[in-house]
Ligand binder design. Structure first.
Ligand code: CP
Length: 301
């Protein structure tokens, strides 16, 4: 693996290998310490982030990368410097590994295509893709449920605008999960999908996993929804609604959560919630991704 731009870069074997590697790191954290030998790595987060940014920073430092984080708000981005020029300048300083989050779709792909001898990881590009989130979710699902093929999963919320949903659906489909149910108000349903799509939250009946997406409040007004209250009354994951799922069902959410909007606090903090487990797995999965790219880079050198 040279870059990680979308889940399309991976096949089922690659995903299984990353899950295995992440679990190996988790069970023996010391084994790969310093493997990166102080290779410079840049974090370029043009959009806000808590989980992705800090878990990449922790993961990279644990592997021995020398990590630099560009503060976009005080950088020359504010003087109009383009993403391409920024990366070219950081490459001139010796940085070869770039973790990029940006509101523009496909920007990570464009940088990977435009600049030679660098490695790019997409940490979320607009509404397009968030592959490392999907992989940490896959790790969490595998650890809790043990297999992908028999899983029944409901994904609830703004599917249409969600990079998390795009990458999760792609990842689970590659791993053989067939029963993926998309539950959303009509305005937030995907325009084309081979999957089961419903605007009735009762479609989560019997599922093994309930994955609730963050309501992007900025989209409420233009999404033909009557109001936030309307969304809450029809789609909020409550204890009562969760009780219709399999009794062993787990609850997942990519964060950040809007408590009291897409999810009730009792559910977010309840016994079935694996939300903080997802966050913890983010470090191990991101270590596995960086390890994989760095070792391939050494092999190619
Ligand atoms: N899930 C996720 O991408 O969270 P952050 O925006 O905090 O990185």
């Amino acid at each position: 693996m040279k870059h990680l731009l979308t889940i399309d870069d991976l096949n089922a074997q690659d995903i299984a290998h990353l899950i295995q590697l992440a679990q190996s790191l988790q069970s023996n954290p010391e084994q790969y310490t310093s493997m990166a030998n102080s290779a410079p790595l840049g974090l370029l987060f043009y959009e806000n982030s808590t989980r992705t940014k800090l878990s990449f920073e922790l993961a990279a430092k644990r592997l021995g990368f020398e990590v630099s984080s560009l503060d976009i708000n005080t950088s020359s981005v504010q003087k109009g410097e383009s993403v391409l020029d920024t990366l070219l300048n950081l490459k001139a300083m010796g940085i070869r590994f770039f973790i990029i989050r940006h509101r523009q779709e496909h920007i990570a792909q464009q940088m990977a295509d435009a600049i030679s001898d660098i490695h790019v990881i997409n940490a979320g590009d607009g509404m397009h893709a968030h592959p490392t989130q999907a992989l940490l979710d896959a790790l969490t699902l595998y650890q809790v449920k043990g297999a992908f093929e028999p899983l029944k999963i409901a994904i609830i919320g703004d599917i249409l605008h969600s990079r998390v949903a795009n990458s999760l659906i792609a990842c689970l489909s590659k791993m053989g999960t067939h029963d993926i149910r998309l539950i959303a108000p009509k305005a937030w349903q995907p325009t084309h999908s081979n999957l089961y799509v419903s605007d009735d939250i009762n479609a989560l009946e019997d599922v093994d996993v309930v994955y609730t997406l963050r309501v992007q409040k900025e989209r409420i007004e233009d999404a033909e929804l009557r109001s936030l209250e309307d969304y809450i009354s029809r789609f909020q994951l409550t204890k009562q609604r969760l009780s219709k799922a399999n009794p062993n069902a787990i609850v997942m959410h990519p964060g950040p959560m809007n408590r009291g909007i897409e999810i009730e606090s009792d559910v977010a903090d309840g016994a079935q919630s694996h939300i903080l487990n997802q966050v913890n797995n983010g470090i191990w999965m991101r270590q596995a991704i960086l390890y994989n790219i760095a070792t391939n880079s050494k092999a190619a050198a």
